[in-house]
Ligand binder design. Structure first.
Ligand SMILES: *Cc1c(COP(=O)(O)O)cnc(C)c1O
Length: 350
């Protein structure tokens, strides 16, 4: 039973804007964003600022730019950023933190990207002429390479307290913060309350083609705007893109629970296959990490063998395969994908 369309589980960025989202984009009222005259972009910024409990927000072309601008505003060259070893900021932004902000990094060894206040205490440098200045603590909600792990509210508050005690600023890479909100029932405002800066991605599970929104104090966002201009990220009639974001916040948030259910279902079925171990069997949100070591097959060979069956997954770090659910895959697709996976694994051993 080969699917007649591609079941793309390689990322939640694989979503395509729906017909209704495209209609909202086409009909958006627009103006010049750089003059603060795009009413739709202004509305999105205000909406996300309120959602995340901050004074202000700025629409940016990507989540990567949200992280990089936050590093630029918080850090001076030579400053040090403390975050989990698996943090997107360290692993997946082409060294932007050092290339732009000139910041160096202290990656904390973690279990699925979550760490403790004691780990922060231990990582902060003594203040003296020799040490870099510990400047910023960053957490990721949810932890991408942690299999979509959700930082519990108390854990965020504990590390934020530690950051404050040491005079560090606190940043939240909230690419999937709304997945965490839906999974935990904790409001986004509370989750981000102890953070000086926080952003959410529109182009992941929310299903938009482009964009992220970075939020913080008015002063922080004023500085972020300066960097947005400097980096060439300031746009013109961006309301067409912002309209997708507003549409997504209206229609695509509560339904993230379906993605989480689908990911759990997929993990259950794959976890029952001989030779397959699920790294995060509890599957809190929409990401499943699959360890095929005991099957004797290599991740890249499994991923390649799935393609003719119209199932796409990705290889990831640590010899694992990553499958991510989103609004363009169905519960039925999970069954189909699991059957294809079973075929491939059986074929490999036989
Ligand atoms: C995807 C992602 C980013 C980057 O977002 P883009 O919009 O793809 O630039 C940053 N952090 C995390 C945790 C992500 O998953």
């Amino acid at each position: 039973m080969v699917s007649n369309r591609l079941i793309d589980l390689s990322s939640d960025t694989a979503t395509r804007p729906s017909a209704a989202m495209r209609k909202a984009m086409a009909e958006a009222e627009v103006g010049d964003e750089q003059k603060a005259e795009d009413p739709t972009t202004n509305a999105l910024q205000e909406r996300v600022a309120a959602l995340l409990g901050k004074e202000a927000a700025v629409f940016l072309p990507s989540g990567t730019m949200c992280n990089q601008i936050a590093l630029l505003v918080h850090c001076r060259p030579g400053d040090e950023v403390i975050a989990a070893d698996v943090a997107h900021i360290f692993t997946s932004e082409a060294g932007g933190g050092s290339a732009f902000a000139g910041a160096q990094t202290w990656p904390l060894a973690t279990e699925r990207g979550i760490f403790t206040a004691a780990a922060v205490d231990a990582a902060v440098r003594d203040v003296n002429r020799h040490s870099p200045r510990s400047r910023l603590l960053a957490v990721e909600q949810t932890v991408n390479r942690g299999g979509g792990a959700v930082w519990p509210l108390e854990a965020i508050e504990a590390v934020a307290d530690a950051a404050r005690r040491h005079g560090l600023a606190m940043h939240m890479d909230g690419a999937r913060i709304l997945n965490a909100v839906v999974a935990s029932g904790v409001a986004a405002q509370r989750m981000a309350a102890s953070c000086d800066s926080v952003w959410l991605d529109l182009s992941k599970g929310l299903g938009c083609p482009v964009g992220g929104v970075l939020a913080g104090s008015r002063a922080f966002i004023d500085e972020a705007w300066r960097w947005k201009h400097r980096l060439g990220g300031a746009l013109r009639q961006s309301g067409m893109l912002a309209a997708a974001g507003l549409y997504a916040l209206d229609h695509n948030v509560d339904r993230l629970a379906e993605d989480h259910g689908n990911a759990r279902r997929l993990a259950e079925m794959l976890g029952n296959l001989a030779g397959i171990r699920i790294m995060n069997p509890e599957v809190e949100t929409n990401i499943v990490f699959i360890d095929p070591t005991s099957s004797g097959l290599k991740p890249k060979d499994i991923v390649a063998a799935l393609m003719p069956q119209n199932v796409r997954m990705g290889t990831s770090y640590g010899g694992m395969i990553r499958a991510v659910t989103h609004l363009d895959v169905t519960t039925g697709d999970m069954e189909t994908a699991a059957l294809a996976f079973k075929d491939v694994v059986k074929g490999g051993r036989g």
